[in-house]
Design a binder for this molecule. Structure first.
Ligand code: AKG
Length: 242
């Protein structure tokens, strides 16, 4: 599944790219489910928001949190099983799925996802292990918003974050010159640590950029989050304590 070179790369750089997580058939099947969420055929209510926080009526970056709560069979899918198996190799056998989400960039919306560290969104947990699997359902390119990572940034502290727009995404200071862009084929994925600084450019193409994201962390930390009422469905807030 993963060799030692890949595991070492992840430990050193805080991210890892894999060109095939899903088969072409799986991609096709997940695209159908994804489109049912986007079109509203599967109702997502308060799970859905515009990550851009620009709120002018048109969603620029559609985010749907925890789709597998809305469609429980999704949580038992091959996508979740494979992502978890890899996260356990990268971060430990006690990893479990904490939450999943869809982030879609519609055609010609040209709205970047700001530079951030995922940890800035979360409570300050004693065990910082967390692995996010970002799965491309469309070819992910610089032009439509592939992921960019700052290698080794998971070893530093949390940068200062501010909230963008009206309750939009969190943002820290960072620059493309520090970072590496990871273009992927459909079915490819990246893994990144909860502290790795990352971002994506806006989508300037005439096609959607659909990504499925699965976040995993130690079982005990998920239990701790839930005990404090944190379920990844509340309003986006910046964490004030590093
Ligand atoms: O899909 C994107 O543009 C951003 C995704 C992201 O920030 C994440 O998965 O942590």
């Amino acid at each position: 599944m993963l060799n030692n070179t890949q595991i070492h790369f992840y430990e050193e750089n805080g991210y890892l790219a894999l060109s095939t997580l899903l088969t072409a058939e799986e991609v096709e099947c997940f695209c159908q489910v994804y489109d049912d969420f986007l079109s509203g055929k599967i109702e997502s209510g308060r799970h859905r928001s515009d990550l851009s926080g620009q709120g002018d009526g048109r969603e620029l970056i559609t985010q749907i949190m925890r789709p597998s709560v809305l469609l429980p069979e999704l949580g038992k899918s091959e996508m979740h099983r494979k992502a978890l198996a890899i996260a356990r190799r990268l971060s430990g056998e006690d990893m479990e799925v904490d939450f999943d989400m869809l982030i879609d960039k519609s055609p010609h919306t040209n709205t970047p996802t700001p530079w951030h560290q995922d940890e800035a969104y979360w409570p300050d947990l004693p065990d910082k292990r967390a692995a996010s699997c970002w799965i491309a359902l469309d070819p992910a390119t610089k032009e439509n918003g592939c992921m960019w990572f700052i290698p080794g940034s998971h070893k530093s502290s949390i940068r200062h974050h501010l909230q963008t727009g009206k309750a939009g995404a969190l943002q820290c200071e960072a620059d493309e010159s520090e970072a590496v862009a990871v273009e992927l084929p459909p079915g490819g994925c990246t893994f990144h640590h909860g502290r790795t600084i990352h971002y994506s450019r806006g989508n300037t193409t005439s096609h959607h950029r659909r990504a499925f994201i699965i976040n995993m962390r130690p079982k005990k930390m998920i239990e701790l989050e839930r005990a404090h009422g944190f379920d990844h469905l509340g309003a986006r807030k910046v964490r004030t304590k590093a």
